[in-house]
Design a binder for this molecule. Structure first.
Ligand code: URA
Length: 211
């Protein structure tokens, strides 16, 4: 599998992912747990942010302590399921800028169709974290990353919850410079482009729009 891929196998994430996969999990619990998982994944995706030393005073004495060099971060959510992860990421880093890419996939061809794109200025100065819970065929993520690069993004990571080998291969071939961070690498896609075993349609699970 791609050198670009990091699977975050922290026990808390794996436990929470099992709750998300379980079809009996309620919409309310799904939304809460995906937010919690995003918080932990956010620590992983930002682990190489640069620190500087600052002088502070604790109640006991003065010290030199690490502090983030700048808040140069932009989360970009692929609508609509990306917003489920976005909430947890913003809990972790409330000052991050946020972009949105609206893409739906044609149910017959599985191709990506973009209908919305809005990001902050000066993307090139930020670490751009593209967010979508499911990396399935890879078409949506590839299209979003293409647009972000056209808009100036240079340093980019792709964060998801569950990836399919087909999507990892295709995305890595299209964007070898963009690391993929995921909580799980599942078996394969089914014939309508869903990940097996997966967790179903992430957007429907987050928003309760099915069943
Ligand atoms: N999108 C989803 O929400 N789930 C999948 O399994 C694949 C794509």
């Amino acid at each position: 599998m791609s050198d670009n891929l990091t699977i975050v196998d922290h026990p808390l994430i794996q436990h929470k992912l099992t709750i998300l996969r379980d079809k009996t999990t309620s919409t309310a619990q799904f939304r809460q747990v995906i937010r919690e998982v995003a918080f932990v994944l956010g620590c992983e995706v930002t682990q190489d942010l640069k620190l500087k030393e600052v002088e502070i005073e604790t109640p006991i004495e003065k010290m030199t302590a690490p502090y983030l060099e700048g808040k140069k971060l932009c989360f970009v959510s692929i609508l609509r399921a990306g917003n489920g992860l976005l909430d947890g990421l913003l809990d972790l880093i409330p000052s991050a800028r946020v972009g949105h890419v609206g893409i739906y996939r044609d149910h017959e061809t599985l191709e990506a169709h973009r209908y919305y794109f809005k990001t902050p200025d000066k993307l090139g100065e930020r670490l751009v974290v593209l967010v979508d819970p499911m990396l399935a065929t890879g078409n949506t993520a590839i299209d979003a990353a293409n647009e972000l690069k056209k808009a100036g993004a240079k340093a980019m990571k792709f964060l998801c919850l569950v990836a399919a080998p087909e999507g990892v291969e295709k995305f890595s071939a299209a964007h070898p410079d963009v690391p993929i961070i995921t909580a799980a690498l599942d078996r394969q896609l089914n014939d309508v482009g869903y990940i097996m075993p997966g967790l179903g349609d992430a957007g429907d699970r987050i928003y309760g729009t099915k069943g």
